[in-house]
Write a new protein. Structure first.
Length: 295
């Protein structure tokens, strides 16, 4: 059994940037598995894909250790996103959404679970049915809604019952505002942490991350990558690094440093891939950790 299960859709991403257009693997399970395997852990997926998933992407998933047996809905379409980076702010739209993940799909999971939907595919009844020793949440797909023409926009979300069952919370600073309803990120993290999580993180891209655990606050810097080739999946890579160390008993600031290092490694290549070795990832994490500040 995997060390960690990631609950959320695997996707096919159409990425548009200054270099043109390409289709590639997407979704939190793929990026988390990539980082976890690089750090010596196995992450499986609780997901749904359609019968249209291309064979090369299925092969790539197998290479990541993701077993899709029983999770392919032959008469459905795989979730497909378009991510357009030609603008100052990324534009996100959806082409298709696969079948939702049901409560019956989340039975018999490993002791650690990450709930990380990309567009509402983990309904409340499914999220509340998850039972594990460690439950982590990335609410990225809970604060999105589909608008005219398939464009994706933000929406508020706050589920007290689920947040009370979560041990680790991570979102971007913008997503945190939609969850906690607070403009100040520390107030937002405090509101989330007050419901029960052991640690709450707000990522800020190149400006690092904010971590609150217990009564302590930390600023964890980002690592400047050699080149940003593809920013897709950086947040998922962060969570993969964070949880890989947390499951080994790492303290919060170190886990966040590993997460930040993992994100810097992933954005240096296109898609779900990483050229950096585990040793290079940890070297970056040590540099980041040395720069972390308790506030």
């Amino acid at each position: 059994m995997a060390d960690l299960a990631v609950v959320g859709h695997i996707a096919i991403d159409r990425v548009i940037d200054s270099g043109g257009c390409r289709r590639q693997l997407g979704g939190s399970p793929a990026y988390v598995s990539l980082v976890a395997r690089r750090l010596g852990l196995d992450a499986g997926a609780v997901t749904k894909v359609g019968g249209d998933m291309p064979a090369p992407l299925l092969d790539q998933l197998r290479g990541l250790g993701i077993d899709l047996r029983g999770q392919v809905v032959e008469d459905a379409e795989t979730t497909r996103f378009t991510l357009d980076y030609r603008w100052a702010e990324r534009r996100l739209s959806v082409e298709s959404v696969c079948e939702a993940i049901g409560p019956e799909d989340v039975r018999g999971l490993p002791s650690a679970v990450l709930i990380s939907p990309i567009l509402g595919e983990v309904p409340p009844e499914t999220a509340h049915a998850i039972s594990a020793d460690l439950v982590a949440l990335d609410p990225q797909g809970l604060v999105r809604e589909v608008r005219r023409g398939g464009s994706i926009g933000p929406k508020p979300w706050f589920d007290v019952g689920l947040l009370r069952r979560v041990d680790i919370y991570k979102s971007s600073e913008r997503e945190l505002r939609l969850v906690a309803g607070e403009d100040d990120p520390w107030r937002g993290l405090g509101r989330v942490l007050g419901l029960g999580p052991e640690a709450a993180v707000a990522t800020r891209g190149a400006e690092g991350a904010l971590l609150m655990t217990g009564g302590d606050r930390y600023f964890v810097p980002a690592y400047a990558p050699a080149e940003v080739v593809d920013p897709t999946g950086a947040g998922d890579a962060f969570m993969g690094g964070f949880l890989s160390e947390y499951l080994r008993g790492g303290e919060g600031p170190w886990c966040a440093a590993v997460g930040s290092a993992a994100a810097s490694c992933v954005v240096e290549t296109a898609g779900v891939s990483m050229e950096a070795s585990a040793g290079e990832l940890r070297r970056r994490a040590e540099e980041i950790y040395d720069g972390a500040v308790r506030l």
